[in-house]
Structure formats: structure tokens, C-alpha cells
Design a protein around this ligand. Structure first.
Ligand SMILES: Nc1ncnc2c1ncn2[C@@H]1O[C@H](COP(=O)(O)OP(=O)(O)OP(=O)(O)O)[C@@H](O)[C@H]1O
Length: 228
């Protein structure tokens, strides 16, 4: 089986005034299809930076990102955008849904941008919203949904184009513990059912311990993390 994503020798540095920060220093990681990996690291360690690089939103200073075996480092911006739309789904801490569109339309949009017809997009969006148990709220706009419902819609949108890699940055970070557990369960079920490879940054050790493995950032490297 080929890895869904492979990070090779990734480097990322920031210069801020006198300060030179090395966030990633020849960092390596392999994500296999269907694997659910927690990324746990202190604030400021570089979790978002890593997710942005893995998601082709930001270019590293060095190294290579392979999605489904295809190297993305030398792709121009247009090809990277196409690869991102086709192969990568994102979930953020705050849902980032488009406020003027309904839940259904929010899940339809990426599919229509990807070339699906309105009817195809609508059918899949309905199925995904039902699966996430927010089907009854399909016509609601984001402001008319609870925080947990917004996140479940955002997860449905992230997987709408059947990505091979799902990247999530604190997906339950702004939810109360009970809602957080509920949203996490729905996310896990979707990951298991779809076979997508998921890398999920979280501060929640309990949720992290329920994933297949946990990694952290140390000395610019991605290393296995164990609790305790
Ligand atoms: N564009 C930038 N310019 C300079 N420094 C940056 C830039 N982006 C991030 N950093 C620095 O890199 C470090 C890692 O930031 P990042 O947002 O990846 O951390 P994080 O682990 O996601 O933190 P948190 O858990 O607080 O969200 C931080 O110290 C941050 O200040």
C-alpha cells in the first residue's frame, strides 16, 4: 500500500527581527491510508505550520511533500491548488463555513468547484450531512447552527471531494467537553468509513489517546509521543 502522504526532510524557519526560529528541521512523516494520527505539541511548537505545509497552503524552505506518491515540491501554484482541492481536506478550530450559504450549499460548493454537477453535489452533501447527523439542519446557515453542528458540517465539507488526506487543526478546540467528544466520534466514524488518512492537531490528550498513534514536534523533528 502506498502512503497517502509522505513528508521528506521538511525545513521551515522564520526570521523575526533578531530572532531566528527553526520550526521544522529535516522533519519526516508517513501517513498511511485509513490511519488516524494525533499531533500533540505545546503552543508555538509548529503544529499549524506543519499542517499548512502538509496541506500545500505554505511552501517549506526545504524538503518534499508527496501526496499519493506524487511529489508536490516543484509544482507551480496552479498545480498545487488543483492537488489540494482534489486530495486534501481541512478542518479548522473555527468552522470557516461561508456565512451566506446553507449547510447543504457549504458542502456542495467544493464538489461543484471540483467539477461535479449540482445534482451530484447535492446528493453527496445530503448523504454526508445525514452521516454527520446534521441532515435535519441542511437548510440552516452557519449562524443558525450550534458550535458542534457547525463543526460537523465543516467535517462533511472537508471530506466532500473524497480527499486522500484529512488535516485538522484543533477541530474540537472551541467546543465544550461533551460536544467535543460527540464531534470527535463523528469524525472518527467518517475517517474509518472513508479510509482517508487523517492528521489531527489537538491539545486534548484523551482524544489523542483514541487515535492510532500520537506524534509531537521536538527539535524540529516529528517524533512519536507517549503520554505520562
Ligand atoms: N509568518 C511567521 N513569521 C514569523 N514567525 C512565525 C510565522 N508563523 C509562525 N511563526 C512562529 O512559529 C512558531 C510556530 O507557530 P505555529 O502557529 O505553527 O504554532 P502552533 O504549534 O500551531 O501553536 P498553537 O498551538 O498556539 O496554535 C510560533 O513561535 C510562531 O510565532
Amino acid at each position: 500500500m502506498n502512503p497517502a502522504m509522505r513528508l521528506e526532510s521538511i525545513e521551515r524557519r522564520f526570521v523575526q527581527g533578531e530572532q531566528r526560529l527553526t520550526i521544522l528541521d529535516k522533519a519526516e512523516m508517513t501517513l498511511m491510508p485509513g490511519e488516524m494520527v494525533a499531533l500533540v505539541a505545546p503552543s508555538g511548537a509548529g503544529k499549524s505550520t506543519l499542517l499548512h505545509i502538509a496541506g500545500l497552503l505554505e511552501r517549506p524552505d526545504g524538503g518534499e511533500i508527496l501526496i499519493d506518491g506524487k511529489p508536490c515540491g516543484t509544482m507551480d501554484d496552479e498545480k498545487r491548488t488543483a492537488m489540494r482541492r482534489r486530495s486534501i481536506g481541512f478542518v479548522y478550530q473555527f468552522h470557516h463555513l461561508l456565512p451566506e450559504f446553507s449547510a447543504l450549499e457549504n458542502v456542495m460548493l467544493p464538489q461543484m468547484i471540483g467539477g461535479q454537477t449540482r445534482a451530484q453535489a447535492s446528493e453527496r452533501a445530503r448523504r454526508l450531512l445525514d452521516y454527520m447527523r446534521v441532515g435535519q439542519r441542511a437548510t440552516h446557515r452557519p449562524a443558525e447552527l450550534s458550535g458542534g453542528e457547525q463543526q460537523r458540517v465543516a467535517i462533511a465539507r472537508a471530506v466532500a471531494n473524497s480527499p486522500h488526506v484529512l488535516l485538522a487543526d484543533e477541530p474540537t478546540g472551541n467546543l465544550d467537553p461533551q460536544t467535543s467528544a460527540y464531534v470527535f466520534e463523528a469524525l472518527t466514524a467518517l475517517v474509518r468509513q472513508s479510509g482517508v488518512a487523517a492528521l489531527i492537531a489537538t491539545h486534548n490528550h484523551e482524544l489523542a489517546s483514541r487515535m492510532d498513534r500520537t506524534v509531537t514536534l521536538s527539535g524540529g523533528l516529528i517524533v512519536p509521543h507517549s503520554f505520562g
